[in-house]
Design a protein around this ligand. Structure first.
Ligand code: PNS
Length: 165
């Protein structure tokens, strides 16, 4: 199968994202996880930190590469030569946004297709923003972000919280 590109803001990568990456990596020869900017969200971790965290989580999956881009997803995809985007769906509430996102990307480039995987039920309640909120208030985020980055994320979130005081 062609290269699949999994775009997202991954701020930070959660166990839900990681589960999707592991499952998608079995479906293709090459999966690119692409960290992009979502202009509707204020990012917490820098682009470089987000890329490094995903690299750490995926270092044992040989057909997964991690990358980042500042511009439009369609331009990135064309530069990479892939044509298939992967997105996860946690619940019906995700569908409306994903439909608009897919339609707009198709409007920008007709040749790009999107495929979807349902988030595994044990992670369907998870989001990066919830992880940030819980972690910054000192709550336990283990099992919400991959073990490989859990202590780093905890520390960073607590640091930021202490700065605000
Ligand atoms: O994890 P997210 O926040 O749902 O990911 C959304 C993301 C970053 C993939 C999306 O905002 C995106 O593609 N940003 C790049 C800029 C772009 O192409 N925007 C137009 C989308 S139609």
């Amino acid at each position: 199968m062609k290269t699949i590109i999994y775009p997202g803001s991954f701020d930070p990568i959660t166990c839900g994202h990681f589960d999707l990456i592991q499952r998608a990596a079995k479906m293709t020869d090459s999966l690119i996880v692409a960290v992009l900017h979502n202009s509707n969200k204020k990012s917490y971790f820098s682009m470089q930190e987000r890329v490094e965290m995903i690299k750490k989580c995926t270092e044992n999956i040989p057909n997964v590469t991690v990358d980042s881009s500042e511009g439009l997803l369609v331009d990135y995809i064309n530069r990479k030569g892939g044509k298939v985007i992967l997105r996860g769906l946690r619940a019906v509430s995700d569908f409306e946004y994903e439909l608009q996102y897919a339609m707009l990307n198709q409007r920008l480039d007709k040749s790009i297709e999107a495929i979807y995987l349902m988030t595994s039920s044990e992670y369907s309640f998870l989001s990066s923003s919830m992880v940030r909120e819980i972690g910054s208030l000192g709550g336990d985020i283990s099992g919400m972000v991959p073990d490989a980055i859990c202590s780093y994320v905890k520390e960073r979130l607590m640091q930021e919280n202490n700065k605000d005081k």
